[in-house]
Ligand binder design. Sequence first.
Ligand code: ATP
Length: 433
Amino acid sequence: MSAPVTLEKIIALCKRRGLVYQSADIYGGLNGAYDFGPMGALLKQNIRAEWSRAMRNASDEIVFFEGSILGPHAVWEASGHVAGFHDPMVDCLNCQHRFRADHIDLEKACANCGLKKWTEVRQFNLMFQTNVGAAANQTSVAYLRPETAQAIFINFKNIMSSSRVKIPFGIAQMGKAFRNEITPRQFLFRTREFEQMEIEWFCRGENALQTFDWWCEQRRKFYEALGIKMENIRFRAHEKDELAHYSTCCTDVEYQFPFGWKELEGIAYRGDYDLSQHSKFSGKDLSVFDEASSTSYVPHVVECSVGLDRLFITLLFDAYCEDQVDGEERVVLKLHPRVAPIKAAFLPLIKKLNEPVDKIYQQLRHEFSIQFDDSGSIGKRYRRQDEIGTPLCFTYDFDSEATNTVTVRHRDTTTQERINIDQIANYIRKQCA
Ligand code: ATP
């Protein structure tokens, strides 16, 4: 039995193995922002690739898109974010500690100093505001986007008229979003700068509910294919009072973190709210003409929105294991091979054998994300690879030259077998597909 995984263990592993660092670490850190190290950057790339692949597999009626991060006031006014994207906050008058008012009990004392002296609850807008251009005035106000979706809605007509797509179809986007969270918490779970992966699916209103169910199924398959333990995933339909006023159904994909069941992804039927709002505020017609019935209508939208950073720590929590190998404790990340940052490591048993191993490594490094490692004992090198989730380790030993073989060691079981050197590429392809 593996000991329970904790947030502290994940944070320590991330730093030790170059997955994630506190942003601006050497200057004392910037709260709610993180930097991704060499292994973290690869893991993120792989997650993005899997999400894109899931989109392509779901339907060939999905196009990709990248909107700008800066957006003018008008966009965020139309979307409702200027007026309504608030969280309630409260400060302790004694120690100045700040809290999300809806996350604490105001009848109780401050968890930081033990006194009960609260300010009034105030609404705090989560958007980062800036000014575009040299003169800061009313018309120069812009925002860092708090979600990626709006850029899709305001480009709906551009995309329809330039891509030969027809309703129903989807627009998929990955990119950064920014929210000035009052209390960023739980490492990558709630940050001020994060990445979202969103699909907005445009359809006729009468087909939306069926489409909503279909998307829930697609997203379930995505998490299954990533190898996440499905007992840690649940789909929770929102109660009526949780729904946004324009939404008639919304389901959160939740994961069982050590700090409880929390939202990983939101799947929402948004009606025609977004396109209608942007039509109204911009004065541009965003309806679609239906030739069969010779009528125009505003398409309805089903959205699936997942945070890349949240999925990143979800995968780490889900994959983290501690076990014993040859009487020694080891930490192993049992990541799905497709998302593992490094697919295989190439290890000469001793440094004298470096040359032939380097030759194999040089031949394969263009096709696969692999490492050559000759430093430290072989056991130490295996542990290093286990901790970053490398599925395969190929070791070149004293028999290798004569037999044209290497041993291959499997991360999860630590079992080993001998295979022919000419078979290595095929072996990796098969194991990591
Ligand atoms: P929460 O209730 O946790 O604040 P939300 O309901 O406001 O989330 P959405 O606006 O639905 O979140 O955003 C879609 C997804 O973006 C979320 O499911 C989550 O994965 C991710 N996300 C949202 N806010 C953050 C954040 N501050 N840090 C990291 N990821 C986030």
